[in-house]
Ligand binder design. Structure first.
Ligand code: FAD
Length: 521
């Protein structure tokens, strides 16, 4: 570890502060040990952020991995819920994705965070669901876990104190991005992160092309052994200074703009859904996220398939009268990522590394993965190139796997009501890796062996919930003989159906749980 003494993080958004907290907490265990008279050097972590450039301020939906990250940095749930205006997220409810809605019919499905039930030696449920062993008409996610039933009943995923259902329902959070960054800043400073408000005006390179120093307006020249670029979409260090190319995915993931409105609740006790509501529209989709004091709602769309004023109209129609007199904010982005996120002595984390659109909330999850990976790779022999190679290979695979997962939501839709959906169904826009999988899954269901799960953000269950929520057809009729445990599967489906009402009776209302935790810790 002798080679690394100081890390400089440029950027104070979710990426900068999550990374700073994670590295301060995990790398500086050495410093805590030295307090116990074990002589080890700690790593100095400094974060600079510009007073002129605000954080992006969106990114309110997370993935369950966030719970492990908050635990790792030592931020307890009550403080997090209070400080970030946060709520629980048990999954995502997708409306009108599978089919074009009509005046009399809409389509919905749920992507829960809990896995399909599998107790003891009970069989894997999916093939039996495909063969009709569950209750008629039940979607796979609804038959295989009780999570949708609990979330639909406005119940929280747990109680504050222990209960029979504790730990059985997986969850993430929704939060206010601005407040979360402030909370992380306060926590990071308490972990020893040195914080400076300083605008980086220039990045100077050494003769090997690595960063020699950054020149800031307020604090002069700053140097470090490793620079972490968290400057958001501008990628001031990794892109502008080091020239690491950006690989656009706009031909696969079409959306490139969002218009967003923050909508206060009409009453202080308005129920809060414990899931994101994602509704498909003519040229994209809306997110609808319930925080403690307001909803965050945005329409993500493709500027090649609609224009900004029509997009705002679609958003306002979705919200209804509550949107009157509220300002809308426009955000522009390009989907894609840098295959070389670590170049020389600089690694990009967050939007500077890439962004694959908000669907399924992968942005913050990728920040978490990058921070774990940096912390894991840093104790090294000083050879940054070797570490960079592994980091880049792993992150590229992760991005590619996520691209397939996100594209799947669009390309298997039966919607053909606009050029956006027609273009999404065009095989030319679908990566070959996804086309191959979908072709195989026409005659057999997805299996965990189809995935290298260490490199996937989404476990096989997520692929299954989305695939069959989208009404994808897998014909297993010729394979019936391979699934002889129909009785055992039926018992499992029956158990899930029977237990759901008990869980609903036992678990508290979502808003009530948040208020209880915020009041009592
Ligand atoms: P930013 O928040 O842009 O922060 C950049 C920081 O860099 C700022 O502090 C700025 O001051 C600093 N900076 C820039 N230039 C300089 C300079 N020259 N000198 C000093 N400091 C500088 N992710 C999810 O996980 N879930 C979601 O639901 C989700 N929804 C999204 C919706 C939209 C429309 C968009 C666009 C993104 C969404 N994301 C989502 C992604 C998420 O917002 C980001 O991954 C996350 O906020 C991290 O942003 P960041 O910290 O990389 O960048």
């Amino acid at each position: 570890m002798a080679a690394l003494r100081k890390i400089l993080i440029v950027g104070g958004g979710t990426a900068g502060w999550l990374t700073a907290n994670y590295l301060a907490r995990t790398l500086n265990i050495a410093a805590q040990q030295s307090a116990q008279n074990i002589q080890m050097e700690s790593i100095q972590i400094e974060l600079v952020e510009s007073a002129d450039i605000g954080i992006i301020g969106v990114g309110e939906g997370t993935f369950p991995s966030i719970r492990g990250t908050l635990a790792a940095i030592g931020l307890d749930e009550a403080r997090f819920l209070r400080g970030a205006n946060a709520t629980f997220k048990q999954g995502i409810k997708f409306a009108n994705w599978a089919r074009t809605p009509t005046a009399s019919a809409t389509s919905h499905y749920f992507h829960p965070f809990s896995l399909p039930s599998q107790r003891g030696d009970s069989p894997e449920l999916l093939p039996y669901w495909l063969l009709g062993a569950a209750a008629p008409g039940a979607a796979f996610a609804d038959a295989a876990t009780m999570q949708k039933h609990v979330a639909d009943a406005s119940r929280a995923p747990k109680r504050r104190t222990d209960s029979e259902y504790q730990g059985r329902l997986n969850y993430a959070y929704h939060f206010d991005a601005g407040r979360f960054a402030s909370l992380l800043a306060e926590h990071g400073r308490s972990l020893g992160v040195q914080h400076k408000i300083a605008h980086v005006e220039k990045v100077e390179l050494d003769e090997q092309g690595a960063i020699a120093r950054v020149i800031t307006r307020e604090a002069g020249a700053l140097t470090a052994d490793l620079y972490i670029d968290c400057t958001g979409m501008r990628g001031g260090l990794i892109g502008d200074a080091l020239g690491s190319p950006f690989r656009s995915t706009r031909d696969t993931l079409f959306v490139d703009r969002a218009v967003a409105i923050q909508v206060p609740y009409p009453r202080a006790d308005t129920p809060i859904p414990s899931y994101t509501i994602s509704t498909a529209h003519e040229a994209g989709w809306t997110w609808d996220i319930g925080l403690q004091a307001r909803r965050g709602i945005g329409y993500v769309y493709s500027s090649r398939h609609t224009d900004d004023s029509r997009a705002e109209q679609v958003l306002r129609q979705y919200i209804g009268p509550a949107a009157e007199n509220l300002n809308a904010r426009l955000l522009k982005f390009e989907t894609g990522f840098r295959p070389e996120q670590w170049r020389k002595n600089c690694v990009a984390v967050g939007l500077s590394a890439g962004f694959l659109e908000p669907l399924e909330s992968t942005g913050i999850g990728l920040i978490e993965i990058a921070a774990y990976l940096i912390a894991h790779l840093l104790p090294n022999d000083g050879d940054m190139a070797r570490v960079a190679k592994l980091f880049n290979a792993q992150m590229t695979t992760r991005y590619e796997r996520i691209i397939d997962f996100i594209k799947m939501h669009y390309c298997i839709s039966q919607r053909r009501d606009s050029s956006f959906w027609i273009d999404n169904a065009d095989a030319a826009s679908t990566p070959e890796s996804l086309q191959d999988k979908l072709a195989m899954w026409r005659c057999r269901p997805p299996h965990r062996l189809d995935f290298v799960t260490d490199l996937e953000m989404f476990m096989p269950a997520s692929w299954q919930f989305v695939l069959y929520g989208m009404e994808f057809k897998t014909d297993l009729s010729g394979m019936r003989h391979a699934y002889p445990r129909v009785d055992a599967a039926q018992r499992e489906f029956e158990m899930i159906r029977a237990v759901a009402p008990h869980a609903i009776a036992d678990l508290p209302d979502h808003r009530a749980l948040i208020e209880e935790i915020c009041a009592h810790g």
